[in-house]
Ligand binder design. Structure first.
Ligand code: IPM
Ligand code: MG
Length: 393
């Protein structure tokens, strides 16, 4: 068989990928530092409902932000802005991961609260548009995916720093079918990309009194890309002599997370994109499921906060979206509020979430009319915050 033509075609595609990734390296090299929110006259919070149950649950998170930040909003220091149109229908119609006008609106914000968006997979009625999540992380260069998991009664307090723009995701939708029989995908790392996520993890550890940072790779097999990640980790660790730095392979790490004698020793974990994707679902499951976790996507200029569950189209088809649980996106809102420096308000919301979902649980959400609606639950959270404020006075 002569495969010359197919190989040449694949090489041409590969060449384009390399150029796009080298462009990214140049962009990273010229990037400034993190925004200092305390220096902005006005912080614009974009609220992007997404699709499926997204708009219904995000609306509840937005009501809570409006309530908690009302003084800043009244003073014009914080603006909440609704951004519609990040729906699977529009994305399909425009064959774009994020419609151009939506992306333009997003770029006018400083921070974004995002509801879930549908990612088509094989067999779905939708064509294979790229995931809006992944596209937004790339378009706004949100390189640090920060996912905390806390189970105080078991001594678990983990913070995952998942790299968010590289690895298997960098060109995840741009693999090459060289022939009908041969498919190739690519995984990508850059020195700049490794350095910024690893440094962010160590800086977080340092600022929060954490004594251990763990890197997770499969550098024994994926030698080039995971190897670079691990080498970079070891170099940067030298700058933090007070912090213990160790590394694990992803397979044994996955096992260790269920080892009750060992798992509480992990504190901050930094890892490439795909391993981070997988292990944060595992970790969230111990805490009560992915629906209980919020996720921060942080870059130097922008930051986006989201629930880590999906858009549950079935609930919408059955007319049940008003019963969808808004707690994960509300937790994401708490992370957003903390991120822009409103720590008192964020702490109130975290406390109220603990009371309403763990200790008091006066109302219960079941996803159906056997439980309360998301709106009723949001009211419960706000009432709880009011009570917390009274106690303080
Ligand atoms: C997540 C999700 C996304 C990812 C999907 C929806 C594209 O699983 O945020 O972890 O793979 O990153
Ligand atoms: Mg995931």
């Amino acid at each position: 068989m002569d495969y010359t033509a197919q190989v040449e075609a694949a090489k041409a595609k590969f060449g384009e990928l390399l150029l796009s990734q080298l462009k990214r390296v140049e962009d990273m090299k010229s990037q400034g530092d993190f925004v200092d929110y305390s220096k902005l006259d006005r912080i614009v919070i974009g609220v992007c409902g997404g699709d499926g149950i997204g708009p219904a649950i995000t609306k509840q998170a937005s009501r809570i932000m409006e309530y908690l930040l009302k003084d800043d909003i009244a003073a014009g220091k914080i603006v909440l802005k609704n951004i519609d149109g990040l729906t699977i229908e529009r994305r399909v119609a425009e064959n774009a991961a994020i419609p151009a006008d939506v992306l333009e609106e997003l770029k006018k914000c400083d921070v974004i609260l995002k509801g879930p968006t549908t990612t088509p997979r094989k067999g779905d009625p939708w064509p294979n548009v790229e995931s809006a999540n992944v596209a937004m992380r790339k378009a706004l260069d949100l390189f640090a995916n920060v996912r905390p998991v806390r189970i105080p009664e078991q001594g678990i307090d983990w913070t995952f720093y998942r790299e968010n723009t590289e690895g298997a995701y960098a060109v995840g939708s741009k693999g090459v079918h060289v022939t009908d029989d041969l498919g190739v995908d690519f995984t990508v790392v850059t020195s700049q990309g490794c350095e910024r996520i690893i440094r962010a993890a160590f800086e977080f550890a340092k600022a929060n009194g954490k004594t251990r940072v763990t890197a997770v790779t499969k550098a024994n097999i994926i030698k080039t890309t995971d190897g670079k990640f691990l080498d970079t980790f070891r170099e940067i660790a030298k700058e933090y002599p007070d912090i213990t730095a160790d590394d694990w392979y992803i397979d044994i790490m996955t096992a260790k997370l269920i080892d009750e004698n060992r798992r509480r020793d992990f504190q901050v974990v930094v890892l490439p994109n795909l391993y981070g994707d997988i292990i944060t679902d595992e970790a969230a499951e111990f805490q009560g499921g992915v629906g209980t976790a919020g996720s921060a996507n942080i870059g130097k200029r922008y930051a986006m906060f989201e629930a880590i569950h999906g858009s549950a189209p079935r609930m919408v088809n059955e007319g049940r979206e008003k019963y969808a649980d808004p707690c994960s996106v509300i937790r994401a809102a708490a992370m957003l509020i903390a991120h822009i420096g409103r720590k008192t308000e964020a702490d109130l919301l975290y406390k109220a979430l603990d009371i309403c979902t763990v200790t008091e649980k006066k109302l219960v959400i079941t996803g159906r009319d056997t439980g309360v609606t998301g709106e009723e639950f949001a009211d419960y959270i706000m009432d709880t915050i009011e009570k917390l404020k009274q106690v303080k006075k």
